[in-house]
Design a binder for this molecule. Structure first.
Ligand code: IPM
Ligand code: MG
Length: 361
């Protein structure tokens, strides 16, 4: 089969980690007999430097014409001081919106090989840590109108609107239920229904939708409690579904308790059209260009792409297996180095090469 990828390396460590993911992709193509063509385009700060804006027309057109999009990371201190309207992050938000990628799947799991880097006590982790955060990605306070800053009563005020239409809630709820159905069949919907009208509607619609999923056990949790429960007893969660801003926060929390934010991939999906795959970590400008970054989250994003965009489950399993093997053999980038004496420290490029070598049918 032939697949056309739009590759957006972005800023900071983005280009390094994406290069390693492309290397693994190339190897999967060789071993399984597929042809992956990668067309690279600008996004984020790199696009601002070259074109003046964070999401050039050419990038958007190429993304829309692709079978899937692979993204590195955007942003960095270099662009922090410029005009608020052209921040690198706007490129990412823009492409999510333009491609209609309303569902963001963020699996946070503790790799058994990296149990030592988990930052929770072993008795808290208990049966392990394996949560998927299903985050709504194109609504809520990130996009709601009106928004802005103005003068009121002689001082500056700023405002955003957290707004959800019933249809937006329903479609993300469905993704939550479907995701839970394929896993532990438990869905926790996180909201702030004790305070926010938008959360009250959220809860009503999720409950309505649950009638279509009698096999999935639904629970509700306020977001403050959910933040606490994630560190108190994370194994109670299977799938969490929540709105954009809560999901942004909780997915970082879920990720870091695994101790290996450099390991976690994500998928952003819409209704048909290309999906977008990216590591959940950021552009890490402090280590950019030094061959220190961990490419595994990006490599594992390729595995999610195989599953969700191409239906290539054997190929996905081959990637996951190769990563597990490399970890079992003790290879580590700096971010996942533990105290183990048998661990071998490697750079970004070597890590990518080690995974590629282990891709087998
Ligand atoms: C994320 C990031 C983005 C977000 C930023 C970079 C705009 O934090 O993907 O979680 O807030 O969605
Ligand atoms: Mg975030």
């Amino acid at each position: 089969m032939k697949y056309k990828l739009c590759v957006l390396p972005g800023d900071g460590i983005g280009p390094e980690i994406v290069a390693q993911a492309e290397r693994v992709l190339g190897k999967v193509g060789e071993v399984f007999g597929h042809e992956f063509t990668c067309e690279t385009h600008l996004i984020g700060g790199a696009a601002i430097d070259a074109t003046g804006g964070p999401l050039p027309e050419a990038t958007l057109a190429a993304a829309k014409a692709s079978d899937a999009v692979l993204l590195g990371a955007v942003g960095g201190p270099k662009w922090d001081a410029i005009d608020k309207a052209v921040r690198p992050e706007k490129g990412l938000l823009g492409i999510r919106k333009e491609l209609g990628l309303f569902a963001n799947l963020r699996p946070a799991r503790l790799f058994p090989e990296l149990a030592a880097s988990c930052c929770l006590r072993p008795d808290i982790v208990g049966q392990g840590l394996d949560v998927v955060v299903v985050r709504e990605l194109t609504g809520g306070a990130y996009f709601g109108q009106p928004r802005g800053e103005e003068m009121r009563g002689g001082e500056r005020v700023a405002f955003n609107t957290m707004l959800y239409a019933e249809s937006e809630i329903r479609r993300i709820a469905k993704v939550g239920f479907e995701t839970a159905r394929k896993r532990g069949k438990k869905l926790c919907s996180v909201d702030k229904a004790n305070v926010l009208e938008v959360s009250q509607l959220w809860r009503e619609v999720v409950v309505e939708e649950s009638k279509n999923y009698p096999d999935v056990e639904l629970s509700h949790m306020y977001v403050d409690n959910a933040a606490m429960q994630l560190v108190r007893a994370p194994s109670q969660f299977d799938v969490i579904v929540t709105e954009n801003l809560f999901g942004d926060i909780l997915s970082d929390e879920a990720a870091i308790i695994t101790g290996s934010i450099g390991m976690l991939p994500s998928a952003s999906l819409g209704a048909g059209g290309p999906g977008l795959y990216e590591p959940i970590h950021g552009s890490a400008p402090d280590i950019a260009g030094k061959d220190l970054a961990n490419p595994l989250a990006t490599i594992l994003s390729i595995s999610m792409m195989f599953v969700h965009s191409f239906g290539l489950t054997d190929e996905a399993a081959a990637v996951d297996k190769a990563v597990a093997e490399v970890l079992r053999e003790g290879f580590r980038t700096g971010d996942i180095m533990g105290a183990g004496k048998t661990e071998k420290r490697v750079g970004c490029a070597e890590m990518g090469g080690l995974v590629a070598e282990r891709i087998r049918r």
